[in-house]
Design a binder for this molecule. Structure first.
Ligand SMILES: Nc1nc2c(c(=O)[nH]1)N[C@H]1C(S)=C(S)[C@@H](COP(=O)(O)OP(=O)(O)OC[C@H]3O[C@@H](n4cnc5c(=O)[nH]c(N)nc54)[C@H](O)[C@@H]3O)O[C@H]1N2
Ligand SMILES: Nc1nc2c(c(=O)[nH]1)N[C@H]1C(S)=C(S)[C@@H](COP(=O)(O)OP(=O)(O)OC[C@H]3O[C@@H](n4cnc5c(=O)[nH]c(N)nc54)[C@H](O)[C@@H]3O)O[C@H]1N2
Ligand code: SF4
Ligand SMILES: [Mo]
Length: 676
């Protein structure tokens, strides 16, 4: 039997961007393991991707185009298989009808990071829809608040070099559950710990990660801005401000110093629901530990005050001068260090692109139920499963069920979203197509060469979009370029060629040396090279130009705060329909503190409805001390159709923007929990 091994890159929306070794036997992937040479992967994948081949070889892979013949929302039984010609004909007709009736902006491409590949994720669909003049999607669902905050503060999504964290003497894992969501950074944190670092988790939940830190600080959700201001004030009182570095590289300190006069530790502690002694202890450590590294998670930003919170947290190391040292500073994402070829390649200047309105993806439920004018009458969904993962699920369904909405879904398996489609087109998975994947957690890029053949008639996203363009009579050469040409365009002018990557699979592509301190001498990617604690441009978007604090939107609402962080064995809703992964995660549960469970007469295991004005979902109660009184949690991204009652947590989340970036506020909600 022919047995070959191929290196490839994990495409999932995860900061680790692992390189894997895939063993292929007679054209079928039979074994997957982590590449031993890659500096982050270090020979191990995560639990969920160790079982990635369940997804690749699953009997539920989509292998043919499907067209709807029954009612919307009824599921796969309402569809029949079709040839590619017939399906593409329907797509072309559906999109053209929208354009004829309401103009090109009535077409909305809706996509996210189901694959982070630069080719399958971001290129050909963008080209097609930009050329049509379709509405432009603002991809806000995940990192928009942090993105806008860091653009303002540092000039981009940049921070300390992650491998340098081994040098840190104090590490704050701030709203970052590494063991579940950034597993491959954990060994670096452990190495720092072995060298004497003190590691603190800042998280309302006692996660596995928090349990393995030296200390755990559990603020009320959405109060991190206040916590950061209180800690900064303590640093000032301790005389630990690095005035020399601050004067040389940062704007706005005098104004912020003045504001801190209003933020004694006691006030901050009260706002966060913490003992002032906890803030003083952590403040002392920050004041005296050089370098201090603050690893900022993504989950903590899903609150109304997210932008200000990220600004305040990431302002701390500017005040202490920690960016001077390798292992010092803050890091949310590394994305801003990579050369920005994405827009140029996805929307090349020589491709005509009529200007078009932007649509905030996090508002999809509102957009499809009357918010958009002209209305969205065609929706093309790829690399995302909004029926499970977008806020305000009930309203979203009402929108997706509209008789006048023409919906196309490109998918690998039959998700919740497919139920609402008119046409479903089968897409390939990572072992079957070419792609190039950069990371948001480290500085390496990896090439993924096809290693197996696709099941049935599944095609790469790129090829599907090339065929839709052709079916619509669009002939611009940019809409016909091959996947390899697109990879070459992404690599053009960079430090590594396509041929080199074909040999080596991965390379460091940011120009930031391992273990370095990229901002030791300032040089932030702002126009002046200085970081900005005060940014007048924010006034235009209604945000305080000065770093500060915005309280949770639901602060004064009664009920339990509900947060829905990432589960270890799902990757958002990816894997959530596979038997092994589903078993590992168990049925949806609502975790309550014993005091909150007792107050409601609820015992462990009780079947309950979790509800608020937006809607409800069913879950089983888990009584444990992972959470604090007043705060409940459940894991995000179960599939609705596989959940008891047919709803997920997103039936209780709302369409509401955070203070910056048009970001969603998934964790800024209140619920009540009642026995079924
Ligand atoms: N296994 C797995 N890995 C994933 C994902 C997944 O679904 N599963 N999702 C991927 C994606 S899309 C993303 S964006 C990242 C997310 O990566 P993370 O940011 O690590 O993920 P979350 O679990 O959403 O949130 C992290 C922690 O923030 C805490 N948190 C929530 N609200 C607050 C708050 O107000 N303040 C503070 N201090 N902490 C808060 C939560 O309790 C949680 O433990 O992970 C990626 N990796
Ligand atoms: N309540 C609550 N909701 C949340 C969050 C939360 O914290 N709480 N987190 C939010 C966050 S951070 C994020 S990032 C979003 C993520 O939510 P989504 O963007 O919906 O991500 P997934 O659920 O992983 O869905 C990705 C889909 O893309 C498909 N896919 C993968 N690769 C390809 C490909 O090459 N071609 C095609 N056509 N399809 C492909 C997969 O099969 C999968 O169905 O969820 C958000 N939703
Ligand atoms: S999901 Fe993340 S940790 Fe798991 S294999 Fe992929 S990149 Fe690595
Ligand atoms: Mo995300």
């Amino acid at each position: 039997m022919a047995r070959t091994t191929h290196r490839g890159a994990c495409p999932l929306d995860c900061p680790d961007t692992c390189v894997w070794q895939l063993t292929v036997e007679d054209g079928k992937a039979v074994e997957i393991r982590g590449d031993a040479d890659h500096p982050f992967t270090r020979g191990a994948l995560c639990g969920k991707v160790n079982r990635y081949l369940d997804a690749v070889n699953g009997p539920d892979r989509l292998t043919q185009p499907m067209v709807r013949v029954g009612p919307k929302g009824a599921g796969q039984i309402a569809f029949r298989p079709a040839t590619w010609d017939e399906a593409l004909g329907r797509v072309a007709q559906g999109l053209s009808a929208s354009i004829d009736r309401h103009g090109p902006e009535s077409v909305l491409p809706y996509y996210f990071a189901g694959t982070m590949g630069a080719v399958q994720g971001y290129t050909m669909g963008q080209r097609l829809f930009a050329h049509l003049g379709a509405s432009r999607l603002r991809t806000t669902i995940c990192t928009a608040a942090a993105g806008a905050a860091l653009d303002s503060l540092y000039g981009g999504m940049v921070g300390f070099e992650p491998e340098s964290i081994v040098e840190a003497k104090l590490i704050l894992l701030w709203g970052a559950n590494l063991l579940s969501t950034h597993l491959h950074l954990w060994p670096f944190v452990q190495e720092a710990q072995r060298r004497g670092a003190y590691v603190v988790a800042v998280d309302p939940l006692r996660t596995d990660t928090a349990g393995r830190c030296d200390a755990h600080v559990a603020p009320l959700p959405g109060t991190d801005g206040a916590l950061a201001l209180g800690l900064m004030r303590h640093v000032v009182d301790a005389g630990a401000v690095d005035h020399e570095w601050l004067d040389a590289h940062v704007d706005g300190w005098p104004a912020l110093a003045e504001r801190l006069a209003d933020w004694p530790v006691e006030r901050a502690a009260a706002e966060c629901g913490l003992d002032p002694a906890v803030l003083r202890d952590l403040g002392d450590r920050i004041a005296t530990s050089r370098p201090t590294a603050i690893k900022v998670g993504l989950g903590l930003q899903r609150h109304a005050g997210a932008g200000q919170a990220i600004r305040a947290i990431c302002a701390l190391p500017l005040v202490t001068g920690d960016f001077r040292y390798p292992g010092g500073g803050a890091l949310c994402m590394t994305s801003g260090h990579f050369p920005d070829s994405e827009i140029d390649v996805a929307r090349p200047a020589d491709l005509p692109q009529p200007s078009a309105r932007g649509i905030n993806m996090s508002r999809l439920a509102a957009v499809l139920t009357g918010e958009a004018d002209p209305p969205v009458t065609s929706l093309v969904v790829f690399d995302t499963n909004p029926a499970a993962t977008a806020p305000d699920q009930n309203r979203l369904r009402t929108g997706l069920l509209r008789a006048d909405l023409f919906t196309v879904v490109l998918e690998q398996r039959w998700t919740d979203t497919c139920d609402y489609a008119d046409v479903v087109l089968p897409a390939t998975m990572q072992p079957e197509h070419l792609d190039l994947v950069s990371s948001y957690g480290h500085h390496y890029t990896a090439l993924n060469l096809p290693a197996t053949t696709a099941p049935g008639e599944a095609l790469p996203n790129t090829e599907i979009f090339r065929r839709i363009a052709a079916a619509m009579g669009l002939t611009h050469p940019r809409l016909r370029e091959s996947d390899e040409e697109i990879v070459r365009q992404h690599l053009a002018g960079g430090p590594v060629t396509f041929e080199e990557l074909t040999e080596r699979t991965w390379a460091r592509t940011t120009g930031v040396p391992v273990g370095s301190a990229p901002f030791a001498k300032g040089g932030f990617p702002t126009p002046t090279g200085r970081a900005r604690l005060h940014d007048p441009a924010l006034r235009a978007v209604g945000v305080d130009p000065l770093v500060g604090y915005t309280p949770p939107a639901e602060k004064d609402t009664v009920g339990l705060v509900l947060i829905a962080p990432a589960g270890r064995f799902f990757l958002n809703s990816t894997f959530a329909s596979l038997p092994w992964h589903e078993k590992k995660m168990g049925q949806p549960r609502i975790h309550l503190h014993p005091a909150d469970a007792a107050a409601r007469g609820l015992a462990d295991g009780a079947a309950v409805k979790v509800h608020n004005a937006n809607g409800s979902f069913d879950a089983a109660v888990a009584v444990d001390e992972t959470t604090r009184p007043g705060v409940a949690f459940t894991f995000k991204a179960y599939w609705a159709k596989r959940s008891p009652g047919g709803n997920t947590v997103n039936a209780v989340t709302a369409v509401r923007d955070a203070d910056l970036g048009g970001a969603p506020t998934f964790h800024d909600i209140r619920v009540e929990v009642t026995a079924c």
